[in-house]
Ligand binder design. Sequence first.
Ligand SMILES: Nc1nc2c(c(=O)[nH]1)N(C=O)[C@@H](CNc1ccc(C(=O)N[C@@H](CCC(=O)O)C(=O)O)cc1)CN2
Ligand SMILES: Nc1nc2c(ncn2[C@@H]2O[C@H](COP(=O)(O)OP(=O)(O)OP(=O)(O)O)[C@@H](O)[C@H]2O)c(=O)[nH]1
Ligand SMILES: [Mg+2]
Length: 428
Amino acid sequence: MTDNPTIFALSSGTVPSAIGVIRVSGPQAGAALAALAGRMPTARRASLARLRDGAGALLDEALVLWFPGPNTATGEDLAEMHCHGGRAVITAVEGALAALPGLRPAEPGEFTRRAFANGRIDLAEAEGLADLLSAETELARAAALANAGGALSRQVEAWRERVLVLSAEVEGVLDFSDEEDASGLPECFTWNIAALAEELRTWLARPRSERLGEGFRVVIAGPPNAGKSTLFNALVESEAAITSPIAGTTRDVIERTVAIGGVPFTLVDTAGLRDAAVADAIEAIGIDRAKGALARADLVLWLGPEGIGPHDAWEIAAQADRPGFTPKDSARFTVSAMKGEGLSALKTALVDRARAALPKPGEAALNARQHARLGEAAAALEAAKALSDPLLIAEELRRARLAFDRLIGRATTEDMLDTLFGRFCIGK
Ligand SMILES: Nc1nc2c(c(=O)[nH]1)N(C=O)[C@@H](CNc1ccc(C(=O)N[C@@H](CCC(=O)O)C(=O)O)cc1)CN2
Ligand SMILES: Nc1nc2c(ncn2[C@@H]2O[C@H](COP(=O)(O)OP(=O)(O)OP(=O)(O)O)[C@@H](O)[C@H]2O)c(=O)[nH]1
Ligand SMILES: [Mg+2]
């Protein structure tokens, strides 16, 4: 009981709310529920119960659930109390739980950590869950759910199996290496290693999952008064940037992360680019910052004269509603941010462009940690491919397998787990 305390926490977000779900996980979960509810509810069936503290005082009337382990979300005995979500209600129920022997409040991510410790989920699935909880867009949700549901883990298991088969072949050669007719490894062996390494390289080249949080970076640039901030405001659908007829209004780089068509974007407004000699000192700093932002863009929307923007920028003919506006042949889009004209075509094109650069919907994407481990596996396989000594090949295959194990958390360190589970909120 001391080395495995029973934990409890509010698992349903902020108070006050309509309903506050308090979860209890661990060996004392059943006893705790019985103590508060006055009886042991039927397993896996919702029922209404009066919750009372140790002195018999009524705390709340709540829906309660009892999930006996090990087939539960945490792999332990698990109880839930769906209380009224008022601050005092939650505090009172938590207080009654804390007074019971062997119970303590959960740390951030501790329920998920137990699910991992009990083999209910692996590391890649836990990371998927963390991403799912922080997903802000439809695309991020779909990618995180794929990983949380084990899409990446299953893929890694399949690769690991293939390496195991290859290892067995090498070991076979090693076992018989004393014999005279030891013919070495078959030709298809190297070919199989190469094919696997190639497959890993394809995965490594895919867009990374962090991109889903950061969004596709679109930088709006051009000379002063081109209508950059007005277009920026229209795209982020708020008056985030000041607009005015005075040239040099925007000085700072202004960023907003928004979802357009379920796809995450970071839109960036910049100071108008012009000769630093014409600009005042502050504006000149702004122009420097704008150049910095341009360097980090995934795509530039260029609102300036034809042909002098960044070479792969999209040229935008802005302020199309102005009297005397002359359409430009070179412009990819003609818009009036003020009248809202041409914006939907621009948005559609931006969504298409961003989708190509971001993880595909529902396709398992790699985060930085997973990418590093997979990179190690690929490097080991490429090394194995170049070797002829079976002993050395066996060693490289072991390295590849260790990298896969680390990827899905068969081999982990406490530090790594602290970092991952610290990402979760209390109650998850
Ligand atoms: N009320 C409530 N809602 C919730 C959760 C929760 O813990 N409580 N979850 C918390 O994350 C998520 C659902 N995740 C869950 C994962 C596994 C099991 C579970 O009991 N699994 C068993 C039995 C499955 C079954 O009945 O078919 C198993 O896998 O063996 C429950 C919830 C989201 N919604
Ligand atoms: N008629 C019309 N006026 C526009 C349009 N877009 C911008 N303007 C006007 O043009 C002026 C400059 O617009 P801004 O969006 O501030 O231009 P900017 O490119 O951000 O300028 P700086 O921040 O100084 O570099 C403002 O007076 C806007 O109201 C448009 O689509 N139609
Ligand atoms: Mg501006």
